[in-house]
Design a protein around this ligand. Sequence first.
Ligand code: 13P
Ligand code: SF4
Length: 302
Amino acid sequence: MNSIVTEIRKLKKEKHAVILAHCYQNEEIDEVADYVGDSLYLSQMAAKTDAEIIVFAGVYFMAQTAKILNPKKKVLLPRLESGCLMADMINLKQLREFKAKYPSIPAVCYINSTAEVKTECDICCTSSNALKIVESLNAPKVLFLPDTYLGKWVESKLNGVEVITYPGYCPTHLRIKPEDILNARKNYPEAKILAHPECHMEVTRLADYVGSTTGIMKYAKESNAKQFIIATEKGVADRLKRDYPEKDFILIKDNIICPNMKWHTLNDIYNALAKEQHEINIDSNTAQKALLCIDRMLEVSK
Ligand code: 13P
Ligand code: SF4
């Protein structure tokens, strides 16, 4: 076995550490990860773990969420550069301006947001529970941030709820164009097209299935179809090819890569664990308020 993998596994045991990895990570990370999945699954695992150290192979807001859920534990992000471009599209000032335009309307924030932004939202959601969370509010209008496309996709699925969205977006998913879907339909008429709800509305409208990264992987596993077009980040297509070699998975186009998700290598994970470096810290007032927003989501998602 690869020696760095052995070393990381040894360190994990010695230090009572757990490694959480998002499915957009470089595939090599799965060798050492305890849990691999989408944002909801990883936050549920972070809420449950009794490990003393959490190493988060994901982006900054995911590690922040793990820290908020585990204020007494050490949460490490192997490469601090791994931010989420969408999460950085709204700060507290911008959130306050957005909310001030629509007083008394509940605000739902996508988990892809900073801890500060979570402190002034009513509840958060991930791409796998967004419909359930918005429905749970029983409100005729909701504010949704930062992802305008996830918000508008939710609106299209719920009868009679107006979803007022902030103009944030994921640059990686917006590289997928409606014509890519139309071309894929023409070139692979038998294939099922599976898309993430961060894609443009014109893209999700044309897909056979829309869901979170884990939702896409579950659909591909359970479907009788033999060929699938994957309209999300490359990591999902890579894992599907590895896990189901008898099926055919085609990434919608070559460049659907989130550069920030790809920073972490096995070396970085080793260094993070060995030196206990790149610790996430959040001031306790912010963490306590943001926790309310995350806990409400976890309660509804049980
Ligand atoms: P998931 O909720 O599918 O994990 O998506 C998170 C994300 O950042 C997708 O770009
Ligand atoms: Fe953020 Fe988009 Fe990367 Fe997901 S794919 S982490 S939303 S920048």
